[in-house]
Design a protein around this ligand. Structure first.
Ligand code: HSE
Length: 377
């Protein structure tokens, strides 16, 4: 019997418990022995649940229990989640997480501790929810130099845009619905201002290019300035508007990385990605474009990726998975000023147009008076 613990019983945490319960037989077959969730850490009262007796509020109970070998950190944030993850790793327990904020900001340090302790720190669920993307990129695309990553990386904003565009739902109502569905972050500002997608493109860039891309330095714009007028103008020109996280490798090994709304040609595969779905296109120098698609947020989809990582950690108890990246000292992030794109430009009282290609610096100077301006993918 393998014993595990779950830190946090919010949307994803309760989903982790549910997946272990729902698929117990299948998981036991794959792992080679049954898996028991021995503890769930949460300060709130869940004594009414059938597994209410498993709840603990004192983290040290889990930390000091040598029977617990694998822990899911699904608390979110970088406070207690950071401290508990570090203490679990130092205690020789593998940690699996959906916490993109923690992975993006402290990942290299936590991976280093995992390496020293010969345990795993795995985070498939931190990008794309239930979509397998990190492991395929690290393993199946391992023979490639990654040239470019383009993705719809946030389910909440894609859901809001889809509801607004296709059903005429207001921004506020669509956001409320995304929160009710369990897609949004505790503070949905992280979704709508692009910070969540920014953390995800930073993690993918860390992995693709081998050194830390600090999400605080990666340029980030959300969806709050998108107007229905621009949605309509873009439609007339043959495009849809999507929030895109993008990383582009340059010949010298540096890379552009940013999050911003883009116009996408209607026939482009990313244009068809609606609702809570995410899609990530990875361009390898041997494979060309490979696309990953699925539910990018939500309880069971995200929990599925956390549990799969936990099973992987159980299978790699003796030999840890070698995942790591540098501390950012290579300064690979390139300023966006020289990145060339085509541009959508709308000036007050004039029809919108697509122009360029030209660099960001050139476009910002030339269209300083524009009412709206977006990159075209
Ligand atoms: N708030 C995130 C999203 C959750 O909407 O994509 C999944 O990371």
């Amino acid at each position: 019997m393998v014993k595990v613990a779950v830190l946090g019983h919010g949307t994803v945490g309760s989903g982790v418990y549910e997946v272990f319960d729902m698929n117990a037989e299948r998981i036991a077959r794959a792992v080679g022995e049954p898996v028991e969730v021995k503890y769930v850490l949460d300060l709130r009262d869940f004594s009414h649940l059938p597994y209410g007796h498993k709840f603990v509020s004192d983290f040290s109970v889990i930390e000091n229990d040598p029977e617990v070998t694998v822990v899911a950190e699904v608390m979110g944030g970088v406070g207690a989640a950071y401290e508990f993850t570090k203490r679990c790793l130092l205690a020789g327990k593998s940690v699996c997480t959906s916490n993109k904020e923690l992975v993006a900001t402290r990942g290299e340090e936590l991976l280093q501790i995992a390496k020293e302790k010969n345990v795993n720190y795995l985070f498939e669920a931190s990008v794309g929810g239930g979509i397998p993307v990190i492991r395929p990129m690290l393993q199946c695309l391992a023979a490639n130099e990654i040239l470019e990553i383009r993705g719809i990386l946030n389910g909440t904003t894609n859901y809001i845009l889809s509801e607004m565009i296709h059903k005429g739902v207001s921004f506020e109502d669509a956001l409320k619905q995304a929160q009710a569905n369990g897609y949004a972050e505790k503070d949905p500002t992280a979704d709508i201002e692009g910070h969540d997608a920014c953390r995800k493109i930073s993690i993918l860039s860390d992995l693709a290019f081998g050194d830390k891309f600090d999400p605080n330095e990666v340029s980030c714009e959300g969806i709050t300035k998108i107007t229905l007028q621009d949605v309509e103008e873009a439609g007339k020109l043959g495009y849809v508007i999507k929030l895109i996280g993008r990383a582009v490798r340059c010949d010298d090994g540096t890379a552009y990385a940013y999050v911003a709304p883009h116009l996408i040609p209607k026939e482009h595969p990313l244009a068809a990605v609606e609702d809570v779905f995410n899609a990530i296109m990875i361009d390898g120098n041997a494979t060309g474009d490979v696309m990953f698609y699925g539910k990018g947020a939500g309880k069971l989809a995200t929990a599925s990726a956390v549990v799969a990582d936990m099973m992987d950690a159980m299978a790699h108890r003796e030999k840890r998975r070698p995942v790591e990246w540098g501390d950012g000292s290579k300064h690979l992030l390139r300023p966006l000023g020289t990145l060339e794109s085509k541009w959508y430009v709308r000036k007050d009282g004039q029809a919108a147009e697509i122009t360029g290609p030209m660099t960001t610096d050139e476009a910002q100077t030339k269209f300083a008076d524009a009412a709206a301006m977006m990159r075209v993918l």
